[in-house]
Design a binder for this molecule. Sequence first.
Ligand code: MG
Ligand code: ZN
Length: 215
Amino acid sequence: MPNRIPVVEKILSANDRLAAENRARFDAAGVFAINIMASPGAGKTSLIEKTVAALKDRLRIGMINGDIATSFDADRAAAAGAAAVQINTGGDCHLDAVMLQSALPQLDLSALDLVIVENVGNLVCPAEFALGTHKSILVASIPEGDDKPYKYPGMYRGVDAVVINKIDLLPYVPFRLDFFKKGIEALNPGVTQFELSCRTGEGLEPWLNWLLAQA
Ligand code: MG
Ligand code: ZN
């Protein structure tokens, strides 16, 4: 398929242009924006819930949730105290800059300090599509297995931080933390990492402090 690569490149460069526009809107409003990516079930929404609940008195937080079909996750973020907007991707397996752009008018950016974008649960293509957020965070979790950095290198390579969630399950699941971290280190040397459990609350403090320092 000789035409395939140029077409993909064109789509990605159009996406990058829109991502730059999104970034400019965040910057003009003084908003810090993050893109949270993970496989389904890793705990993106749980992390957002805990983060909003812990920081809502210090930061005005908005949340944009990309979901294929439901609004459960946006509802959870709203219940935790965020201004939440739902993007129904209509079956698409990732968010892109144009979807984010179409959602932004639903948030009053001038009244927010932090915008958290929850990407579609998927470990393959979300990393390919810049959204215009300032930082990308990958949430991994113990039950997914310790081979994920080796199997999905594209997702680990470009992110600014990796959150390893569900560490309370380490005693019950075969998971070599050293092997996992070695895989991350090879792809993204020195990347910021957090080990935590949204369920028990263990390890959340360093993540919250990092986010506060960024925002
Ligand atoms: Mg979710
Ligand atoms: Zn996709």
